[in-house]
Structures are given as structure tokens and as C-alpha cells.
Design a binder for this molecule. Structure first.
Ligand code: UD1
Length: 424
């Protein structure tokens, strides 16, 4: 296994380019399944384990792919199977994204139920509710979801989501674009990843109005074409890199970004005392002498993202005063807290809130990654901790951050990747 070895205390400075978004790549790759001829060319796809797992899944269905230099080509003319097996789905919950497009194009799909998750229950009931509203008959047996559209075709419907869900909105959209008639989605997710999916589907020939809002209207079309498309930047990677600069008292510029999509996060950096400025495609952050304690509450977009709360918690260990980090999306997403406390932080968990008492001097030790964003938070803590921090099980980090140690090292961090053997 790999670990990251970080010697803390280096101030990060310089310029770095953001990678493409993982969370928008996944539904976009799933959406390629909707076209029955030609080849989609997708640019700015990050080279990450999750992308390779998802590509393996669509290859299993019969798609032909090639991936080189962040460009993925996908030909989906010869899909031979509508079955997503347990062996692949268990590696990544986002595999559920194949349900909507398979059902829309072939009138049927069999997808293994995804398993549990490191930060609490992550049900898929809203995905299934959306498919049922579109006319699918759903049964769950022997660990598989079997979905069938009577007569082979889904029918437009009104789908009102009781809570905002990125995944269920994406799946419903991909199912509705080839359905007969009009579908209306209300309380739909409006995250930039959904906007990117809307843009991709529209480029393929889908008829979608309301892009960027919580109400989407989709007129079903007969067929969709394979197209060339450029993915959006990864706003969570960008936010994490800004936090890396801020926690080390540094000064960085991130290129290839749109500040608008990070508004809620940038506002918090300003509140914490950072000087933040932006151009059309870059963001610059200059750290203050002392960070100020700043509360955040993670909620659906445009609020502060749940995928940034662990990193914010690490940052607040270095802020003066007490800050409260509340997660209203995933109430149990606090696996990183005991590990941060092992580094010397003083953080209490109260229900869905972490209360961070700063400023605490952190000292390096071995810490364990438990999930993707928790690992990012431990890397941030390692950048400021005295001595050496070893972040173990970095395969979690590798699922979502492209060349993270290369990017951090280029900004001046003392960080290396090493192999180790885990004793059980
Ligand atoms: C996506 C992101 C993930 C991010 C999350 C919230 C991807 C691959 N992952 O996950 O990084 O943390 O959005 O921004 O894009 N829920 C239900 N029933 C469902 C589906 C969701 O109750 O059928 C609940 C979830 O438990 C959660 C909330 O809805 O409390 C939001 O989850 P959702 O937006 O669906 O997250 P994902 O799409 O799985």
C-alpha cells in the first residue's frame, strides 16, 4: 500500500492548475451510454482510480474506451449487457449512475445494490423513486435492482425530490432525456456537476430547460448523438488547495477555475482573514498572519459543500477561537476528527457538528485515511504539523485527487509517496 510522508511547516507559494472534476466526469461518462452510434470524446477527465473503475464498468457493458492525457473516448454503439455486477459496483457507489441511461436506452437494467459507506448510510431510494415515476417497474432480489420499462420506453412525469440529491437528479435526467413526453424535476440538485451534465446532455441533443436551477424541464427526444465535450474544473480539489495554502500561511494562485462556483467557500476564506481575489479563470489567496475562527454549515449548492467540511475542520485547528462545522448533508461525516485529535487538535463532536478549539499546535504521527475527503483533511493537517506525518491508506485520496503530492510539492510542500506493508 502507499502512504504519504509529510514534513510539516513549509509555506506553500506559487501557481497550480486545477484538474477536471471527478464528480461531473462520472455522470458524463454514464451519459455516453445514451448514444447508440459514434464516439464521444471527453476532455479534462482526471486520471483517478474512480474514473478507471467507472470505465471498467462501462467496458463490462460493452463500451469501447481509450484514455490518454486526460482525454477519454467512449464508443457505446455495441452495448451487449445491461447488468452492472457486484464486483464493480461495490468499488464505487456512483456506479448507480448507469441505471438511468441503460433503462432509458434499452428499457431495462440490472444493477447490483451498492454497499455501505464510511460516513453513514447512503440510500438510493430517491434514484428508484425517480425511475418508478418515469414508469419503470422495479424489483430488488438477491442484491440486485432490476428495472424494466413497460413496452421498452420510459414516460415523462413530474418528479418532486423530498431532499436535494445530486446522484438522483443526475440519474433522473439521464432517464428522462429519452423518455416519451415531458418530465419536470422539482427540488432538483443545482450543483455545478449537475449543470455540467445538463450541458453535456444538451450538446448530445437533449431538450432541457432550467439548467442551473432547482426546476428542470426535459422534453424527451428520439435519440442522442455522440459528441466532443470539455469537463468542468474540480471545485473541491481547488478548495482543498486553497486550504493547503491558508493552513501553511502561504500564497497561491489556482488557474483553470471559475470563482463563481466556489463563492460560498471563498466567502469563508475571506471571513477567516484571507485575501482572496480572482480573474475570469484564476483565484489567488494570500493568507493572513492569524486565521480567525469561522463557522461553516454544509448544505446543498450554492451553500458550503459537504465535500469541503473535513478540510475546513483541519484549517480551523489553526484559527484563533472556536469554530463550529455543521454537516446537514451527511450527519455522520466525522471520521477524520479522532485522527485530527491524535495529531494534537482539540475537536469535540456534538451530533452533526464538530466544535474546533483553536489554535492548537499539531505534531506529526501516523494517521489513517478513512474516506476521500477525510484523507485530504489529514494531508492538510500534516502540512502544518511539527515533524513527520504519515498518512496511511492513501488509496482513498487517490480516488479523488489527481497527482496531489506532485501539485503540493510543486508549491513547496515536503511530501513524498512511499510504499508500506500493513500489519493486521
Ligand atoms: C454526491 C457526491 C459526493 C457529495 C454528495 C453531496 C458524486 C460521485 N458524489 O454524492 O461527493 O458528498 O453528492 O454533495 O458526485 N439521499 C437519500 N436517498 C437517495 C440519495 C441520497 O436519502 O436515494 C441522501 C443522502 O443520504 C444525503 C443526501 O441525500 O444525505 C445528499 O446525497 P446525494 O446528493 O445524493 O449524494 P451523492 O450523489 O451520492
Amino acid at each position: 500500500m502507499d502512504k504519504l510522508v509529510i514534513k510539516g511547516g513549509k509555506r506553500l507559494t506559487g501557481t497550480v492548475t486545477a484538474s477536471g472534476s471527478k464528480n461531473s466526469s462520472l455522470p458524463v461518462i454514464a451519459a455516453t451510454l445514451l448514444s447508440s452510434e459514434g464516439c464521444c470524446t471527453l476532455h479534462r477527465i482526471p486520471d483517478l482510480q474512480d474514473i478507471r473503475t467507472f470505465t471498467q464498468l462501462i467496458n463490462h457493458l460493452g463500451a469501447e474506451t481509450s484514455f490518454s492525457g486526460n482525454t477519454l473516448t467512449v464508443a457505446t454503439g455495441k452495448i451487449e449487457s445491461v447488468l452492472a455486477p457486484y464486483e464493480l459496483v461495490k468499488k464505487m457507489r456512483a456506479s448507480i449512475y448507469v441505471l438511468g441511461p441503460l433503462l432509458a436506452r434499452f428499457g431495462e437494467a440490472r444493477v447490483s445494490l451498492p454497499g455501505g459507506c464510511a460516513f453513514g448510510p447512503r440510500p438510493i431510494d430517491l434514484h428508484l423513486m425517480a425511475m418508478e415515476k418515469l414508469g419503470a417497474e422495479i424489483s430488488i432480489e438477491t442484491g440486485f435492482i432490476t428495472a424494466k420499462a413497460p413496452g421498452g420506453k420510459l414516460k415523462g412525469a413530474h418528479i418532486d425530490f423530498p431532499i436535494s440529491s445530486v446522484g438522483a437528479t443526475g440519474n433522473a435526467m439521464m432517464a428522462a432525456v429519452l423518455a416519451e413526453g415531458t418530465t419536470t424535476l422539482t427540488n432538483a440538485a443545482a450543483e455545478p456537476e449537475i449543470v455540467t451534465l445538463c450541458r453535456f446532455l444538451s450538446a448530445m441533443g437533449a431538450n432541457i430547460t432550467g439548467t442551473g436551477s432547482t426546476e428542470l424541464v426535459i422534453e424527451g427526444v428520439e435519440s442522442l448523438a455522440a459528441v466532443e465535450f470539455t469537463n468542468v474544473f474540480d471545485r473541491i480539489e481547488a478548495g482543498t488547495l486553497l486550504a493547503a495554502a491558508a493552513i501553511t500561511g502561504g500564497e497561491i494562485t489556482i488557474e483553470g477555475v471559475e470563482a463563481d462556483q466556489l463563492k460560498s467557500v471563498l466567502k469563508k476564506f475571506v471571513h477567516a482573514g484571507c485575501n482572496v481575489s480572482h480573474t475570469e479563470d484564476s483565484i489567488t489567496l494570500i493568507s493572513p498572519d492569524k486565521l480567525a475562527a469561522t463557522d461553516v454549515t454544509a448544505k446543498p449548492y450554492p451553500s458550503f459543500p459537504t465535500d469541503m467540511q473535513a478540510q475546513w475542520t483541519a484549517l480551523m485547528t489553526q484559527a484563533e477561537g472556536t469554530s463550529r462545522i455543521t454537516d446537514k448533508v451527511y450527519h455522520e461525516r466525522f471520521n477524520h476528527i479522532p485522527e485530527l485529535n491524535r495529531l494534537g487538535a482539540h475537536i469535540e463532536i456534538r451530533k452533526n457538528q464538530a466544535v474546533v478549539h483553536g489554535t492548537r499546535k499539531l505534531s506529526g504521527t501516523k494517521v489513517m485515511s478513512t474516506d476521500l475527503r477525510a484523507s485530504a483533511c489529514l494531508v492538510l493537517a500534516g502540512l502544518v504539523a511539527e515533524g513527520v506525518t504519515e498518512v496511511l491508506r492513501v488509496y482513498h485520496l487517490d480516488r479523488g485527487y489527481e497527482k496531489i503530492e506532485t501539485k503540493l510539492a510543486a508549491l513547496g510542500a515536503d511530501i513524498t509517496r512511499e510504499q508500506y506493508k500493513e500489519f493486521s
